[in-house]
Design a binder for this molecule. Sequence first.
Ligand code: R5P
Length: 316
Amino acid sequence: MTLPSDAAFARSFSDALGIACTEARVRRFPDGELEVQWHPGAMPHTAVVVASLAATQTDSLHDRLMQLVFGIHQLKTAGVERCIGVVPYLGYARSDTKTAPTDMVGLQIVMRHLHYAGMDALLTVDVHTPAALHNAFTGSAWSVNAVPPMAKALYAHLPAQVPLSVCAPDVGAWKRARAWAGALSTPARGAVELAMVHKQRIRPDAVTHDAFTGDVEGRTVVVVDDMISTGGTMAQAVRTCYEHGAHAVWAAATHGLLVDPAPVRLAEVGVKGVLIADTIPDDRTVNTPLAERLHVVDVAPTCAEELSAVLPTGEL
Ligand code: R5P
């Protein structure tokens, strides 16, 4: 079962599991209220609801959150026993800690809404901080690792004769960079070097850096992160790698939010290609200079595989 904007991901997901997929009807009334309707008929024991918590061209992130809350609540009141949310991108996941006593923890609030609506379990992809998700959600929560399918897709684009480095655009991405380096090293290509940009965020949409570690000279470099939002972090890292002599620089991030001005920023720093997963419903690069450099990897089959591995046989 899916919200309309997530139909492509949901179809790939349900095809991989061999189960039927139905799409909700969402209506918006003139006063702004929303209505979510499922097809009438027999309700399953367990329903999987696919909905990415990211804004689309027609709906804000908060519209999408309410659609998911309404959709889950309706299924539960119509007789569904267990509701599993498949939320490929989990908006507010970065809001996972307080730096002052009066700060909000957005992740916790979103998780409580979904729990009270009736979501019993949650599967998401490369969540910002898995431990924060497990603390914030009362039911079972799984974060699928998108690095293996993404690295497999990227490998074919990288020239075999040029040595490779993987670069973390900030300290937080270091573990991810190690995972990418492991996934991209093969006996044929040899060892993959690691590098890191030491980022400082100076505004919500702007970053700078004060140091660089590692060797990228003459190499193809892949800068890896969990998401590209305004593109400040990624563009800074790509530029820094070129300043340190990189031959060509790719960007690979699971969630391509690509909020304005990310497409232009990345194109301007000369990124060779941008690899993202299909966790965000819209392609934000249409009609931008980045359009032809964007590559999207379908991670729905990997999500389906992970879900079927954790559910009792025959539950779906
Ligand atoms: C930060 O901790 C995240 O991992 C990303 O690096 C960040 O959210 C990207 O944001 P932006 O594209 O706006 O720099």
